[in-house]
Write a protein that binds this ligand. Sequence first.
Ligand code: CTP
Length: 473
Amino acid sequence: MSESLEHHLQHPVFAAIAKAAKQLDQPVYVVGGFVRDLLLQRPCKDIDIVTVGDGLILAEQAARLLKPSLTVSTFKNFGTAHFNYEEYDVEFVGARKESYSRDSRNPVVEAGTLEDDQNRRDFTINALAISLNESNFGELIDPFDGLADLNQKLIRTPLEPADTFSDDPLRMMRAIRFSSQLNFRIDEITYAGIEESAQRIKIVSAERITDELNKIILSPVPSIGFKLLFNTRILHIIFPELVKLHGVEFRDGKGHKDNFYHTLKVLDNVAEVSNDLWLRWAALLHDIAKPATKAFDEVEGWTFHGHEFLGMKMVKPIFRRMRLPLDQKLKYVQKLVQLHLRPIALTKEIVTDSAVRRLIFDAGDDLEDLLTLCRCDITSRNQEKVERFKRNLGEVEKKVRDVEERDRIRNFQPVVDGQEIMDLFGLSPSREVGLLKNALKDAVLDGIIRNNREEAINFVVEKGRELGLQPVN
Ligand code: CTP
């Protein structure tokens, strides 16, 4: 018998569940992710409870013991019930076994034993259970050597991979996600099973796929997950645009970077400095239009002209297909993809204040993130080159800070707006108003005038005259 985990189950929620189960004479266990995370010493607020019997009645009874006013939500169709107590989110289900009826291929879910329930789970490390029963409270029940797999950092299905994956093909992505998140290896037989069943990912909904993809993106070294997705060919189905980045073409002895591995390096670099999902998405998509814009020029070699603009255009259809938000987050990723070359471009010319002001204006509040992305985009085998680019970018950043300090241009609005321009010349909304507004913005950004009322009005009056307009007073 393994050591008792009783000391980890001191919270009153476990005592209440145990007591309720005893009163109802129903065996009860904590299972799944909570047990895994407890043994890995990772914080986990979701507790999954399995009982041999009715999960709904047990949930009601445990809730009553904890606090009579506690609300239990029940989902009768799924046979699950749920409540929140203090920091915990507790879900109850009756143990089940899955079998197929003779005349149809539809699974029939029947009541089962704890062992049946453990058999149906995705990985050995997620099939661990801890007893909450009086006779062996705190005992680990581990029929598939999940504890050994945890210690060896191994992802393995409890049954034949084909069976486990056909129950729910998303589990193939879960294997890859856990591998990336926990830095675990996928067992050879399980891995071969993923390669074999990869096509089946097609039947899974976009929302569920995207959930896993986001977890891979948020893992400490996301490239681990993406390489596994690529090698198992799941990526080819769920994200063909990324697969197109893979490979190197040579002409006249000249090759370009492999943009797939470059993208993954940039994503890993961003992951080292930021936990922001959307900045990580921007890293993943920054070069997405390189395959579509690739050309070979005798003099320049390989070029990808306009990939930042076309890339920006590609973001929305990808977000839509993946059911990602189409709000500010989309706009943010589009903006970063579109601007990702700008700071580096500034290192290649003599940096004028005007160019810096325009960058600050265009990036607005996302300027720091853009600079982070740019810094992370500097990848090369040649360390000397990396250092040189980083130094140059550092110069641009310094310049940005100087200009910011002086001109406060971020999110700038000219001190004279469209309405005032119309009042000044007695105009109704027209092309002239737009022209004058733009000219004013350019004059401020180019440093021709300072952004104060007097200079702005003088400038607009002057420009208006050039267009044949007269101020009304
Ligand atoms: N599970 C499964 N197959 C799935 C999803 C879940 O067998 N496709 C089982 C696993 O035993 C898992 C448990 O249900 O541990 C809880 O699932 P879930 O809350 O989705 O995931 P966790 O394993 O807790 O991990 P995370 O919270 O990181 O998603």
